[in-house]
Design a protein around this ligand. Sequence first.
Ligand code: 3H9
Length: 648
Amino acid sequence: MSILAIENHGNIAVVTVDNPPVNALSHALREALWNAAERLDADSGVEAVVLHCAGRTFIAGADVSEFSKPPMPPHLPDLVTRIEQAKKPWVAAIHGSALGGGLEVAMGCRFRVAVKSASLGLPEVTLGIVPGASGTVRTPRLVGLANAVEMVTIGKPVKAPKALEIGLIDAVVGDDLVAEAISFAQKALGQPLPLPISGRPVEKLGEAEWQKLEADVKKRAKGEVAPVRALACLRKASESDFVSAMAFERETFLELRGSEQAAALRAVFFAERAAPRPARYKDVETRAIHSAAVIGGGTMGAGIAATLRDAGLPVILIERDEEALARGLANIKGIFDGGVKRGKLTEEAAADRMAGVTGSTSYDSLGDVDLVIEAVFEEIGVKRDVFARLGKVCREDAILATNTSYLDPRLIVEGLPNPSRFIGLHFFSPANIMRLLEIVPTPESAKETIATGFALARQLGKMPVEAGICEGFIGNRILKRYRAAAEALVRQGVAIADVDAAMRRFGFAMGPFEAQDLGGLDIAFLQREGARAAGQDVPETLGDILVRAGRKGQKTSGGWYDYVPGNRTPQPSPAVAELLAPHIQGSSSMTLDEISEHLVSEMAAEGEAILAEGIAQQASDIDLVEIHGYGFPRWRGGPMHWKAHVKK
Ligand code: 3H9
């Protein structure tokens, strides 16, 4: 089929767009839609037009892959206006997603109807740009300023029922979308047509209201430019005429399209789409995972069990005795209860999730599961014992995975019958929330096992990245270097609070020292002590000095900072200053930008070593690890992108 087809159903013409995979508005599609508008205007037998799309979705937006090329006419804003000015009313019939330019085209139509499952939104700010084809100008005219501010500055799509509630669409229709849209169009023809959106009024706000909105958006944007500029476009739409607002939006769109932030966010967009389906496993068969077990019900194990349940898999939780099992099950229940409290789950859904978890203290119940994930204490003997037992009871083809974050999976798997089904699946805490999943094959892991790891990640909605075996794999290895570099700055006389402030200013939610106080300094300390006890030469860190003095972080009311009980705001600590004084040489006066540049360069340098050793497959994988596992600001693109494209 060609990119666009027109079929007449009596007096209604149905325009079908077919531009796989997501009907993006490439140059060819814009041209085809323009020509369709011309042809249908001239067709005297046609009284209304239904616009719908073949495949899995309505138009998902402008074609992002064309953003680095010069724009070619017909430009999208002109196309939207052309459809709006068509002699016959157009009805957008929406399924899947109507996003960005897709929603803008739908707003050029006189009516919008959607199936219940459809999503509609203006996600441009997540790509570092603003809507560029009237999203900031027509949306407030259609749904009011408050809804428009939310849609345009946050970029989160809404589902069809909500879209109907706010006036973004005219009807939610049944699944026979084209037939429903045709009958909607027939009915509409019998009534006076609503004004085109461009001709509708838009609300005005006072200066104080705009200033409050600007302050809110700026605070939430944390250094990201697009949301702030999108709000400026909405203000222009409210305060000037349609044509001037369109010109202002276009100018802002074109300027941001070429910005560093937009380039970084585009790189992340494409990396995220490529990561779950690596080309190297394209033709490898995967094993279906219909059931799973988790060994160990601590924080990690419970989080993993919750993730598996969220994806609909029945889960068996194994613990060593009844008491530990009760604790583990309570941990899982606590996660679902938390979901109810935050409004993410209904009571029934939480009960259903919990009903799918079976607890047991016996490995005998694992004879038929497709997947087992071990999440017990980080001690090689304990883990090896788990796999020795799994080897005896599990099916030969069951995938057996360890969630170790520091131990060598090759040592864990030693002695397991059929080690080709073994793999590392490193989740990040809280496992039911963090998207990153490091997939760590051993030399014996079968390709089929690795590909199944990726398929599982897709099933669970995780962002998978393959990592080779080394201490800390990709993420924790970079974290170690980052923390060491931050400590080195402190030793040179940089204030602890300046290091944290620099990284916050760069875009992290927290600096490295605040983050350690939150998570606890003792875990890394115990690892270092373990390595020392095993005879490794691990130099004393400043963190060790603090832990030895009883300062383990917020849980002990003090780590790198002091804390007033009940208050998480870090306070510079005279006690820490005294403890560390003998280890500080000099009084460095680096600026905050110099500090963050140095620390991110250190991360990137470790990333380069990781690439050179083949631990990561490509630089963008390292960026995804940092963004999805370690809070690296998405709009900076990750340390590797930053080093390659931004650092002067
Ligand atoms: C915009 O519209 C600006 C306008 O305001 C102004 C212009 C003047 N372009 O995600 P998936 C590819 S900005 C090009 O795995 P799903 C994607 O790379 C745009 N390609 O599928 C992948 O390719 P491959 C605003 C795109 O079913 C394939 O499609 N719109 C685009 O999980 C499948 O993608 C957005 O930001 C695109 N716009 O999810 C929407 N979108 O197969 C972005 C996707 O080669 N897209 N591809 O790896 C999405 O959110 C999801 O793709 C969607 C489908 C929900 C639609």
